[in-house]
Structures are given as structure tokens and as C-alpha cells.
Design a protein around this ligand. Structure first.
Ligand SMILES: Cc1cc2nc3c(=O)[nH]c(=O)nc-3n(C[C@H](O)[C@H](O)[C@H](O)COP(=O)(O)OP(=O)(O)OC[C@H]3O[C@@H](n4cnc5c(N)ncnc54)[C@H](O)[C@@H]3O)c2cc1C
Length: 474
């Protein structure tokens, strides 16, 4: 917020630091933030929010934002079967549906791993530990198809204060109750931490407008969605003038931003919800949030990858579970919590040409989930066929087994010991000079520094069940 002084006082930063030090920080904030006259000053303060034990839908709602920065727990690397599950219906029948998915996930894990070891035998040059991790990752990739989307996850959200307010203002109108509640709790916690920065007035017409558009357009499930479709508004004649840039682009290098002005590319395709979660993380465009439903069935890849006996069991389970889900006395939005992530959704993404190329290339990589990888390859081929002279660095190798999946872990450099249970915690917060506010789902609270450290350590060590927590650090 010190940055505000540049706009109102043409002196050096050293002088400004002295001015802030000599004034009460609350008064300073009130004068230079609340009284500044434009929201842009709140772009200059940032905060990190830790959101724990929330369903995948909360994570998706927060990440559905072109300025989202953060990380989320991966169902591709972690066993999610121990995670609590959000059950909006609150009935024993509804809980039973979720429990049955988890039982299937848990009991199939070993069989799927054994099947994968036969399908992809270890080569002599491959390290056993890395191979085992790659097998585990692949089995999570397959079995996540049976994890109910109500399973809870962890995510962080690093944001500036203005974006935090603007995003929360929309989330507070979200049609899912869980999302609204989390948004309100985050705002309350932010108010405790940043006393002068989150007291925005509400305007009736604005609130009504948001209620309508967020309420009615948060999820979509169009009829007759294509298996794969591509359309564009690219001005090919104008792009031709830049053919040298399109053709001569080196590997792992983005097209220049100004190329974005020559039109947009829209890709419509079917995908499973699990892979949609990854696709949606690309922020440089529009990615509509789909409704998770039974309309387009279970994505075949997840069944195809199972050993035969497990597949037969899965097919029967899917039929029984789908019937039970459809009988639940909930609306279609809440019904989503009971479908597992292997169900088909309608993906629809629109990017300019540089972002389209980036997403297609990145996601065609072998380390990407196989169902998304196939779609990325299709995206890349569609671009290559439509834009004369466009160089595409696509990985089109049909073989989707890659031992490197076993190396994509957070490891300690010196001894390669797995560090899942010791993610950077309190020390990390100190190094960034931050203070921390924690808030539980029941309400916000500021913890003294020692407690803040404890909370972070506990969070990092726990990594499994626990109450829903929100942590905010700056
Ligand atoms: C194999 C793999 C494993 C992963 N595992 C995890 C995981 O476990 N947990 C997790 O949280 N994430 C994970 N991710 C990362 C997560 O999926 C990324 O956040 C996602 O891929 C988006 O990546 P991005 O930032 O490169 O893409 P984009 O959002 O598409 O951004 C691409 C580039 O464009 C820039 N950009 C974005 N928007 C704009 C804009 N509007 N204007 C100008 N520039 C813009 C970005 O800064 C970036 O440089 C993983 C990714 C991969 C490929």
C-alpha cells in the first residue's frame, strides 16, 4: 500500500517509508486506501488464503477466475479415499452412495496396481522407487474416476486485495450453498486481517445483477454437445503477415501477445470431470463450468483401463449408483456432489491463438492425464490444419505410459525422500515476511504468531481428515 504514495506525493520511497512508520498504520490505510478514490490501489496489496476440506466445487468456483494464482491437492498423486466428503442432502442414503464409491476406490487400488505392473513392466534401467511412484500415479489417474466430486480437497489462493473482494462478491451469489458459505467466511477472515480494506458498500442493483448472472450461469450442460468441435474467428489473411513468427517460434516459447488480436478459437468437446479440473486451470481465456450429471454417461477410458474382473464390478456399481443418485431428493446442482469424477461433462473453452497453442502443447505432454492429453492433441491438430504456417510442438505419441510421472513429486534434493508431509510451513511464512490470520468455517480469528506457526505445521503434518479451515497469510 506504500505504493499509493507515489500517486499523491512525488517523493522517493525512503521518505514514504518514514511517513508510514511515523503514522498509525490503520489511519494510513484509511487515508490512502479507503480514501484513495479508486479500487486500483488494492491491486498493490496481496494475501494468500489457505482453504481446506472443501469440495471440488468450491475449488473450481474459486479457480474460475483469470487472475487466480494458487495450488490444489492433486488426485493424480494423492490417495483421496480418506478425505471427508460433503453431503448436501444430509441423508443416510446419500451418504451411502458416497461411501460405496470410496469402498470401490479403496478395494480396487491394489488390483489396479498389479494389473498396471503387468501392462507396463519395469525396464532394467528404471529405478524401482520411481517406477513404483509412476504405477501409483497411474492407478490414482484411473481410480479417481470413481471418487465422488463431493470429496474434499485443499487449495491455496494468492491474490491481491482488490481481486479478492471482486471475486468474493460474485462467489457470495453462487448457487451452491457451500461456495457461498466459504466465500462469506473468507471475507470475514479478511476483514479481521485487513480492517480497512474489506468494508465495501453494497449496491442493490449490482447485487441483483450478480444474483441473476452468477445464479443462472454458473453451470452449463448443453444438448447435442459434440465429441470434438473447433471453430474460430481468426483473421487468417492478417495472420499471414506474421507467418515468420508463426513458423519460426522456438520450442517452449509463446507466440507474442499481440497475435491475440487476430481472433479467437473455441473448442467444444466431451471430457471427464476429473480432467476438466485440470483444463479449467488455464486462465487466459474462457472456460465454462459444466454441470456434472449423468446426461453424457461415464467416460469410457476409466472402464477400459481396469482389469477385466474389476471392470465388470465397476459397470454394475455404476448402474446401481446412477439409479440411486437420480432418486435423491435434491436439485441437479446438489446432485453433482454424488457423481464421481469419471462422468462425462461438456467442455467448452475459448482462447486467443497464443493461449490455444500453449494449452494444446502443454497438455499434449505425456505427463498429462491421458483423457485430457487426447483432447489437447486434437486441439493442436485442429490449429495446425486451420492456420497456415503455424508450427505446433505437439506430443502425438499414442503411448501414454511415462515413468517420468514417478519423478513429478515434491522431494528433498539430497536424498530424494518424499516430502508430502513436510511441505513448506511456518518457515516459509517467515521468509516471506508474512503474518497469518486463520479462520475456521465457524468464523474468523487472528492467531498470535506462535499459533499461526502451529496451525501451519499441523496442517502440513495432518494431510488427512480434520475440520474445515481457512488460513490467510500476507
Ligand atoms: C503435469 C502437471 C501436473 C500439475 N499438477 C498440479 C497440482 O498437483 N496442483 C496444482 O495446483 N497445479 C498443478 N498443475 C498446474 C496447473 O494445472 C496449472 O495451474 C495449469 O496447468 C495452468 O497452467 P499455466 O499457469 O501454465 O497456464 P495458463 O493459465 O494458461 O497461463 C499460461 C501463461 O499465460 C499467462 N497468463 C495467464 N492468463 C493470462 C492473461 N489473462 N493475460 C496474460 N497472460 C496470462 C500465465 O502467467 C502463464 O505464463 C500441474 C500441471 C501439469 C502440466
Amino acid at each position: 500500500m506504500l505504493q499509493a504514495l507515489y500517486s499523491r506525493s512525488p517523493r522517493g520511497v525512503q521518505e514514504h517509508v518514514e511517513k508510514v512508520r511515523s503514522s498509525d498504520s490503520g489511519n494510513f490505510m484509511e487515508k490512502f486506501y479507503v480514501g484513495y478514490g479508486h479500487m486500483s490501489i488494492a491491486d498493490c496489496g496481496s494475501t494468500t488464503i489457505f482453504i481446506e476440506h472443501v469440495s471440488m466445487f468450491v475449488a473450481k468456483a474459486i479457480q474460475d477466475w483469470s487472475l487466480y494464482s494458487g495450488q490444489e491437492a492433486s488426485t493424480r498423486y494423492l490417495d483421496f479415499s480418506k478425505q471427508p466428503i460433503v453431503n448436501p442432502a444430509g441423508t443416510p442414503e446419500a451418504e451411502r452412495i458416497q461411501r460405496r464409491w470410496i469402498e470401490f476406490y479403496e478395494k480396487s487400488l491394489e488390483k489396479v496396481q498389479a494389473h498396471l505392473k503387468i501392462k507396463f513392466p519395469r525396464r532394467p534401467e528404471e529405478k524401482e522407487g520411481v517406477y513404483d511412484k509412476a504405477i501409483a500415479a497411474r492407478s490414482f489417474d484411473i481410480l479417481r474416476g470413481f471418487l465422488p466430486a463431493g470429496a474434499t480437497t485443499f487449495l491455496s489462493w494468492h491474490t491481491n486485495l482488490r481481486q479478492a473482494h471482486e471475486k468474493l462478491a460474485l462467489l457470495e451469489h453462487h448457487p451452491l450453498k457451500e461456495v457461498r458459505e466459504v466465500a462469506i467466511n473468507i471475507r470475514e477472515a479478511l476483514k479481521v486481517k485487513y480492517k480497512n480494506s474489506f468494508d465495501h458498500p453494497k449496491f442493490e442493483q449490482q447485487e441483483a445483477y450478480w444474483e441473476k448472472y452468477v445464479g443462472e450461469h454458473s453451470f452449463s450442460c448443453p444438448d447435442n454437445h459434440p465429441d470434438f468441435g473447433f471453430s474460430h474467428t481468426l483473421e487468417l489473411d492478417k495472420l499471414k503477415e506474421y507467418e515468420e513468427l508463426l513458423t519460426g517460434r522456438p520450442l517452449k516459447t509463446n507466440l507474442p501477445h499481440f497475435i491475440s488480436k487476430f481472433g479467437q478459437c473455441t473448442f467444444d468437446f466431451k471430457l471427464d470431470f476429473g480432467s476438466f479440473r485440470d483444463l479449467q486451470r488455464h486462465r487466459n481465456g474462457v472456460c465454462k463450468m459444466p454441470l456434472l450429471s449423468a446426461k453424457y454417461g461415464f467416460y469410457p477410458w476409466y472402464l477400459d483401463e481396469l482389469p477385466e474382473d474389476v471392470r465388470a464390478e465397476a459397470q454394475q456399481l455404476l448402474a446401481e449408483q446412477e439409479k440411486a443418485i437420480m432418486e435423491l431428493p435434491v436439485n441437479d446442482l446438489d446432485r453433482q456432489y454424488y457423481f464421481p469424477m469419471g462422468y462425462t461433462i461438456t467442455a467448452s473453452v475459448t482462447y486467443a491463438l497464443p493461449a490455444s497453442v500453449y494449452v494444446a502443447e502443454l497438455r499434449s505432454n505425456k505427463t498429462v492425464h491421458p483423457t485430457l492429453r487426447v483432447r489437447a492433441q486434437q486441439m493442436g491438430r485442429a490449429l495446425r490444419d486451420s492456420v497456415p504456417g503455424l508450427t505446433m510442438y505437439l506430443d502425438e505419441n499414442p503411448d501414454d505410459w511415462d515413468i517420468r510421472r514417478g519423478t513429478q513429486d515434491i522431494i528433498k534434493k539430497e536424498d530424494e525422500k518424499i516430502q508430502h508431509n513436510s511441505m513448506p510451513g511456518p518457515e516459509h511464512g517467515h521468509r516471506s515476511g508474512g503474518t497469518t490470520t486463520m479462520a475456521s468455517a465457524g468464523g474468523p480469528g487472528v492467531l498470535p504468531q506462535n499459533d499461526q506457526q502451529t496451525q501451519f505445521a499441523r496442517t502440513a503434518e495432518r494431510g488427512d481428515n480434520g475440520e474445515k479451515d481457512l488460513g490467510i497469510s500476507s
